[in-house]
Design a protein around this ligand. Structure first.
Ligand code: UFG
Length: 334
């Protein structure tokens, strides 16, 4: 594809920043719109232009979109924690759906032809014993998942009414870090399993709390499909090539589940250190098992994850966290 021009909301966040890197690496022009409320200035690589501002600021969104033409708008900016959404459901639904729908409408007004939504495995509730494909019933187990389901539906209407083609990319558990060491995962507070297990191994926290060991899984802990964030970034580029033809919905994972206990064992193997941990009660909203069937994007777009081994994913995350003890605050441009 020839070099293009992309607007990336939430491009200073974990997945967004890796997608920005992939676009820059192939020579595209990128504008990032991010409030930096959870994202990091240092996560926006030099080469991209950063506009600091909130998606709730309609005027700013209008002004930014007016600087077209855009080859696509990629929308990552959102509240994204399953557990937090159970505690504050209408904030999640209100913010994610409100800002998302207004952005979609603004894109339609400005004649944007292609839109990519950062969607989620949280569209699918519990009770899946086999890998989940795109035909599985959408039955969100949390308000977070519900907010993304609503945006996916809004995009169906944007396509039918305005011809705005969209790719809804349902990430399973994004993990790892840029293998070149430029970017990593840094949330405050951190709630994601792999960075927490790594920090416990590195002695940066007292230990890990395992949320429940009484799930109907082989070892009793929850199973997730950890997929490398750079593989997710590559999936965005692959999906963009197909978007001129029609709208797309893809489930993105490795097709292999790992339990919380298996993640702990992997971090122990890769780091050579013990991970102190204890078992506590379940975390509200957590489905027992979420594993992707990604055959559709493999067949249609030729995407294939490269970092399929859990230890490989963990190693890239460990390398970045070891080199950045304060996360992006350890970066010179932070
Ligand atoms: N877990 C623990 N202890 C912790 C943190 C997590 O046992 O301290 C467990 C959770 O209970 C869960 C698993 O580790 O079973 C993974 O939890 P994460 O918080 O890392 O990830 P989630 O599966 O809750 O959610 C992530 C993203 C969502 C996305 C979802 C898709 O945060 O945005 O993956 O599966 F929707």
């Amino acid at each position: 594809m020839v070099a293009g021009r992309y607007l990336v909301t939430g491009g200073a966040g974990f997945v967004g920043s890796h997608v920005v890197a992939a676009l820059l690496d192939r020579g595209d022009e990128v504008v990032v719109l991010d409030s930096l409320s959870t994202g990091h200035r240092a996560a926006v690589l030099p080469g991209a232009r950063l506009v600091v501002g909130d998606l709730a600021d309609d005027e700013l969104v209008e002004e930014t979109l007016a600087g077209q033409p855009w080859d696509a708008v990629l929308h990552f900016a959102a509240l994204s924690l399953v557990g937090e959404s159970m505690a504050d459901p209408f904030r999640y639904i209100g913010v994610n759906v409100g800002t998302g729908v207004r952005l979609i409408a603004a894109c339609a007004r400005h004649g944007v032809r292609r839109f990519v939504l950062s969607s989620t495995a949280a569209l699918f509730g519990g009770g899946h014993s086999a890998p989940i494909d795109e035909d599985a019933a959408c039955d969100p187990g949390s308000p977070y998942g519900e907010s993304k389901a609503m945006l996916e539906r809004a995009l169906v209407w944007a396509d039918r009414v305005y011809g705005l083609r969209s790719a809804c990319l349902r990430y399973f558990n994004a993990a790892g870090a840029d293998p070149a060491g430029r970017l990593g995962e840094d949330h405050t507070p951190e709630t994601h399993l792999i960075p927490l297990v790594i920090d416990a191994a590195l002695g940066r926290r007292a230990g890990l709390t395992v949320f429940g060991d009484d799930y109907p899984t082989p070892d009793g802990t929850c199973i997730r499909d950890y997929v490398h964030v750079s593989d997710l970034a590559a999936a965005h580029l692959a999906a963009l090539t197909l978007l001129d033809r029609r709208s797309l919905r893809y489930n993105l994972g490795n097709g292999r589940g790992s339990s919380v206990r298996e993640v702990i064992a992997s971090v122990e193997r890769v780091s050579g250190r013990k991970v102190p941990h204890h078992i506590a009660g379940r975390r509200s909203g957590d489905p027992p098992s979420l594993v992707a069937a990604s055959g559709r994007i493999i067949a249609e777009a030729g995407w294939r994850p490269r970092h399929t081994a859990l230890d490989d994913i963990v190693r890239t995350a460990l390398d970045w966290r070891a080199a950045h003890p304060q996360g992006y605050r350890s970066s010179p441009s932070a």
